[in-house]
Design a protein around this ligand. Structure first.
Ligand code: URA
Ligand code: SF4
Length: 222
């Protein structure tokens, strides 16, 4: 099956080593059409880790997470919620851009990653969590929530509350047989994806909902 584990460096590698290794990941077919791996970035001792879905068109070109339109929404919402971006680490559940190009068009249209691709890519996220050791994880949207809580996760039902941290398994890729990883995380807050604000009929209401969920995350660290 698809799996990033064979591409991971040893346990002692830090974030720079992980990033270098992730650049060569072929754990699932998504590397084939994408431009590059978009690894996480930010404060390496952040108290909050923000988890998106996967890089978009701009992120794929620039090699950095949340630098496109969704990133602009996120930046503003964090500021309005009182979360300083310097104290966060930002990454995605899936590290390569998945897209289609509709017949006769040039623009690349985002496609949601499959459960297999999410599962394949998860070792990178687990490795990032082990290095950053944030106190809180904020899941931005359905894919991020599912990557952490499983396929039964529903944003509409679980957003805006401090949820217990499920604990992630490292899959045993280091030969240990697998098991729950001690990553120090205390809780999880889920919200909508910032790009959902851009697609909403009532953008203002969607934006306010995003900010209000992010405030729950900010206060969880008070
Ligand atoms: N959407 C995401 O989920 N992640 C990004 O990095 C950009 C857009
Ligand atoms: Fe590897 Fe993840 Fe990219 Fe698939 S999406 S090739 S698992 S980094």
């Amino acid at each position: 099956g698809y799996d990033a584990t064979p591409f991971l460096p040893g346990r002692r590698a830090g974030l720079p080593g992980l990033r270098r290794a992730a650049a060569g990941c072929r754990g699932c077919p998504l590397y084939e059409d994408a431009t590059q791996t978009v690894f996480g970035e930010g404060d390496t001792s952040a108290r909050i880790l923000l988890l998106g879905e996967q890089p978009g068109d701009q992120e794929d070109r620039q090699g950095r997470p949340f630098v496109g339109p969704a990133g602009k929404v996120l930046e503003r919402a964090l500021a309005d919620a009182g979360i300083h971006p310097d104290g966060t680490y930002v990454t995605n559940a899936v590290k390569h851009f998945k897209f289609t190009v509709p017949e006769g068009r040039k623009r690349r249209i985002h496609k949601s990653p499959s459960l297999r691709e999410m599962t394949a890519c998860r070792p990178w996220l687990v490795a990032e969590l082990q290095r950053v050791r944030p106190e809180l994880v904020v899941a931005l949207g359905s894919t991020a929530g599912k990557a952490l809580l499983g396929p039964s996760f529903r944003v509409t039902e679980q957003r805006g509350a401090l949820l217990p941290w499920p604990g992630l398994d490292d899959g045993g890729g280091d030969g240990s047989g697998g098991g729950r990883v001690d990553d120090g995380v205390r809780g999880l807050v889920a919200t909508i994806h910032p790009s959902a604000v851009l697609r909403a009929d009532d953008r203002d209401a969607a934006y306010k909902g995003l900010v209000s969920d992010l405030r729950v995350a900010a206060h969880a660290l008070d």
